[in-house]
Every structure is written in structure tokens, then in C-alpha cells.
Design a binder for this molecule. Structure first.
Ligand code: F6R
Length: 258
């Protein structure tokens, strides 16, 4: 696991864009896993600004991590609509290349199985972008989620519903979601975890420096052989190893980075 601490969230977005662009360029049919929420927005803005010079997205397949149950794709707060507005519409991604779990499917367990099969049929995910919830979740795998879990329905914690109320005009966050499982996420070949803001410092320290536990689903990234964690300074304030990570990064020759 490589942990890189950068001054600001903008710097995190720029370095994350380097990683995503490298994946887009290094495969004939790249498969990218997308997170929603606030954390990846500087990355998505950076990708959009680089797209004016041409980003190789035509051959890419994109998979969302999760979706709210009961929200149609065109609902203003659905993750499908969010990613369209924040990234994929601007990049010119064809709708058939963007996949997300259907939170309105009549048979949600069957939809979860279909989603797993779609990821497998695409050849698996090359790089999975992740954010970290303030309660330690990744995707919508809340504390207590099995580390072997696959795509399924989950219930959101009160904390996550409070955290995400800002995305809903009436502040009413659905109780249920359909999310890639921790096992699904760990199948991606490269995990790119972005953590920014002082409000994430506690969750980041628990996820990166304490033993792996279902109570902090983000700690599961410690089990993965290729993880890049990009953090801003406020998110790194509770890391015991922060100085070590800064020194390691600054001493690295460019060809060894990430
Ligand atoms: C979003 C997702 C979540 C978020 C997390 C952090 O698709 O799966 O795990 O990454 O809730 O959200 P923000 O970035 O809004 O703090």
C-alpha cells in the first residue's frame, strides 16, 4: 500500500487523474470503477479539463460502486445522474459504456447478481476509485459488512444518511442501497483510495493504521496487493506514519511512483 500525502484536495485530484489516465492509456479496453460523493470531484474536474486534449474513453467501460434503492436513474439525487453530470456526459461516454446497479429493479438480489456478472464479463475492474465514509465505509459497505461480501442490498447507517443529506433537496436519504461488496471491490486490480478533509482524519487512521476489521470496512484495503491512497494534509493529521509517508514519497524517483 502506497500512501501519498499532498497539500490540498486539488493536488489529490491532479495526481489521481494521472493514475486514471495511465490506466485509460495502458489497456485496449480499460475498465474503470467510479465512486460518487464529494471526494472524487476534483479528480473528475481534472479529467474533464484534460479531455479537451483527448482522453481515450471510447473503449473504456465504467462501473459505479453503488446506487440508492428506489431512485430511478433520472432522479436528481441518483448516483447514475450524479456521475453523468459530474463526469461522463462531459467526457462523451456512451450510455452503453456506463454501468450502475439498478436501484429500481423489481428483483434486487437478481439485479445484484446481474451486476457482478456484468463486471466479470467486462474482464474485471482495472482501477477502482474509492472514497471513505466518515464511519469507515467503502462503497456503501457499512461497519459490520463481511470482508467477503459481493454486490447486494445494504441498509445505511444514520451517520451516512446524515452525511449524505446534503445531496437531497428534502434532506431525506433512502434507507437502502445496492452496493458492490468488499469482496467485489478487492477483486479490482488496482485500488485508488482518495481521502480528503479533516472530517475524514479519524476514519483514515482507523482504516490505514489499525487492524483489519469489519467494523471499519475501509481497512479491507490493507488486504489488497496494489493500493494507492491519496490524501490531503487535513485528512492525514491522525496518521502515526504521516512523516514516513511524506519522506517515502519525496525520496521516490518518478519512475517508481504509484
Ligand atoms: C460513493 C461511495 C461512498 C463515498 C463515501 C465518501 O459512491 O461509495 O463510499 O465514497 O461515502 O463520500 P464523500 O466523498 O461525499 O465524503
Amino acid at each position: 500500500m502506497e500512501v501519498v500525502i499532498l497539500p490540498t484536495a486539488i493536488d489529490v485530484g491532479e495526481l489521481a487523474a494521472d493514475v486514471v489516465v495511465r490506466h485509460l492509456q495502458s489497456s485496449a479496453r480499460p475498465v474503470v470503477g467510479l465512486a460518487t460523493g464529494s471526494t472524487p470531484l476534483p479528480l473528475y474536474r481534472e479529467l474533464l479539463s484534460r479531455s479537451t486534449n483527448g482522453l481515450p474513453v471510447d473503449a473504456a467501460t465504467l462501473f459505479l460502486l453503488d446506487e440508492y434503492v428506489g431512485l430511478p436513474a433520472d432522479h436528481p439525487s441518483s448516483y447514475r445522474r450524479f456521475i453523468g453530470e459530474q463526469l461522463t456526459d462531459g467526457l462523451g461516454v456512451a450510455p452503453r459504456s456506463l454501468h450502475g446497479p439498478d436501484g429500481c429493479a423489481p428483483d434486487l438480489p437478481a439485479e445484484a447478481a446481474r451486476y457482478e456478472a456484468a463486471i466479470a464479463a467486462a474482464g474485471g475492474i482495472d482501477v477502482q476509485i474509492l472514497g471513505l465514509g466518515s464511519d469507515g465505509h467503502i462503497g456503501f459497505n457499512e461497519p459490520g459488512s463481511s470482508l467477503a461480501s459481493r454486490t447486494r442490498i445494504k441498509t445505511l447507517t444514520e451517520q451516512t444518511r446524515r452525511d449524505n443529506a446534503r445531496f437531497f433537496a428534502d434532506g431525506e436519504v433512502p434507507l437502502h442501497v445496492i452496493t458492490q461488496g468488499i469482496g467485489t471491490i478487492l477483486d479490482a486490480r488496482h485500488l485508488l483510495l482518495l481521502v480528503t478533509g479533516a472530517h475524514k482524519a479519524g476514519a483514515a487512521a482507523r482504516a490505514l493504521e489499525e487492524p483489519v476489521t469489519t467494523m471499519v470496512p475501509g481497512s479491507a484495503v490493507q488486504l489488497h496487493p496494489h493500493v494507492t491512497v491519496l490524501m490531503d494534509e487535513p485528512a492525514a493529521t491522525q496518521l502515526t506514519l504521516a512523516d514516513y509517508h511524506r519522506a517515502t514519497w519525496s525520496a521516490k524517483p518518478p519512475w517508481q511512483r504509484l
